[in-house]
Design a protein around this ligand. Structure first.
Ligand code: KG4
Ligand code: ZN
Length: 342
């Protein structure tokens, strides 16, 4: 018999290059999480091509929704609300998910809940760690975002730091391309770094003078490119594994120091990682070491919940739903939606 208090959310995510649908119960239990990744197509072009992403989302969105319902062993009649990412992201890509969600919620008279993509990434931790509750510190590191956030309640955030230029994942992707690893570069740099010496090359660690929690990765990216170019001019072979390991260490040193310093300053005993780069083994190791030293408990989702997926939108959508957040038929894609904005 089904529990009367159960809230089943159908969630849809299409902000970048993954078309995904999921069914999530009470924000924590995933009945299905279907992800169609377009990576193979975009790899041909060395990065995400927005127009192609939108077209693929259109082709796939109904298929992933059907598959998610089937795997969850339910129909739209069992669903209590539809949650969808409405920003930030690629406008054409977002519109596909938003359109599908609106159509279903209109046809079935279901509440519609728009979800912020980063709120989703943070909520992936609620799925992975059913006992985790706010407040906690969260480092969101993805292909498009680098945010250090104090999570003060469900759906309530205080942004302490952001990147001034490239996102952490973007830096990984650009460096990967420079050393010939292809797209998406993060996992490939991570793998190659394991064979290299992280102290072989001293790459810069940017400090921002007017906000100690902000980040900057473009100087580091340029330093890596300069290192490669100057070796090429001198006809010297570079050790790609050493470049990958030294670059990764520069990024993860800065990320872990900022996050742990902020947790200490704000008296947070819990620190969570979120976003695609949260899968990085170097980042997890650096965080674990610093957190252990400072008596902070570290949380991170499993890799499939770190990169874009609809289950995380279902988790965030649930907490928005029980707070009473509802969107109307005028819900639109907002490519530059700020965290905490409605
Ligand atoms: O969260 P996500 O799927 O998309 C955005 O919302 O941006 O993150 C994708 C990013 C890509 O830049 C990818 O290279 C990076 O996450 N990434 C990694 C790893 N796995 C994915 N970066 C470093 N190490 C990894 N293991
Ligand atoms: Zn994302």
């Amino acid at each position: 018999m089904s529990d009367e208090r159960e809230v089943k959310i159908l969630a849809i995510e299409s902000s970048c290059d993954e078309t995904s649908a999921a069914v999530v119960v009470n924000g924590r239990k995933v009945l299905s999480n279907i992800i169609y990744s377009q990576i193979d197509i975009h790899t041909l072009y060395g990065g995400v091509v927005p127009e192609i992403a939108s077209r693929k989302h259109i082709e796939k969105v109904n298929q992933v929704i059907k598959a998610a319902l089937k795997e969850a062993d339910c129909t739209l009649d069992d669903i209590d609300a539809v949650a969808v990412t409405y920003g930030p992201g690629l406008v054409g890509a977002l519109l596909v998910g938003v359109g599908a969600a609106k159509a279903i919620s209109y046809a079935k008279k279901l509440p519609l809940v728009g979800v912020h993509h980063i709120e989703g990434h943070i909520a992936a931790n609620f799925i992975e760690s059913p006992d985790l509750e706010p407040p906690f510190m969260c480092l969101v590191v993805s292909g498009g975002h680098t945010h250090l956030v104090k999570v003060t309640g469900y759906g309530e955030f205080e942004i302490l730091g952001v990147t001034r230029d490239d996102a952490a994942g973007e830096a990984f992707d650009k460096v990967a391309r420079a050393i010939g690893l292809g797209y998406p570069g993060g996992p490939k740099v991570d793998k190659l770094a394991k064979e290299g010496n992280p102290d072989a090359i001293s790459f810069p660690r940017a400090k921002i003078s007017d906000n100690e929690y902000d980040f900057s990765f473009s100087g580091l990216k340029s330093a890596v490119l300069n290192y490669i170019n100057s070796a090429e001019m001198k006809h010297e072979e570079i050790n790609r594994a050493d470049v990958a390991a030294s670059f990764q260490k520069s990024v993860t040193d800065v990320l872990s120091e900022h996050a742990v310093n902020a947790a200490k300053k704000y008296g947070m005993k819990k620190l969570a990682l979120a976003g695609g780069v949260a899968s990085n083994s170097g980042l997890r190791a650096a965080m674990k070491e610093l957190c252990d030293k400072n008596g902070i408990e570290l949380y991170y989702p499993k890799p499939v919940l770190c990169t874009d997926n609809a289950a995380m939108i279902g988790a965030a959508g649930y907490y928005e739903y029980i707070k009473g957040t509802r969107h109307g038929w005028d819900l639109n894609a907002i490519p530059n939606l700020k965290l905490g904005e409605r």
